[in-house]
Design a protein around this ligand. Sequence first.
Ligand code: CA
Length: 230
Amino acid sequence: MPRVLVVEDEPAIAESLGYALKRDGYDVVHAPTLAEAVVRLDDVEIVLLDLMLPDGSGFEVIGRARRVKSPPAIIVLSSRDDEADRVAALETGADDYVTKPFSPREVVARVRAVLRRAAPEKEKQGERVAAAMPLAVDEPSRRATVNGRPVDLTRVEFDLLACLLSAPGRVFTRAQLIDRVWGDGFAITDRTIDSHVKALRRKVADAGGDASLLETVRGVGYRVTDQPGS
Ligand code: CA
């Protein structure tokens, strides 16, 4: 079973997460400090990471995790009012976040989803996306389809959709989308992104698709959901 590193100094939270994860069959390692976390990074598949640790910032863990031989996935455990931290965490390499207070079952579900995304990516990324997704893009021909039916997109809409579909379920911040779609140095406002996404949703709906597949993650950005309706 995958091994989960729980980096959390609050004993009650660490304990309830550990309990829920073990019940689901995961191996659990607990690190209540930054110092203990960084030495465990190379033998775990995923890290649940509190950002406020007694001996430093969880961002340090994100940075270190990217440098180990097979980098673990990271889910940040964030406070409700730490919107800036959530955005920064995603931009420095975290895969997802959950907001405190959370239910341990919700966290276990996220762990499962992130590991599912991380694991089969090499062998069958295209296949998996095609099977799970009513939305699809073919990058070489720059054709997009909704339930197999072609849909006519602008360059920006196509690139936005392609970016979101490169990691279904993953949240992309607006800054990340600007980077991928327009490139560095473009002065694109958040509202510009929002209006392109709105147009994209309308075209998906007009083509008979479910516009709610393109999900707004409030205060953070967008994702293509891989579990519509959940
Ligand atoms: Ca803490």
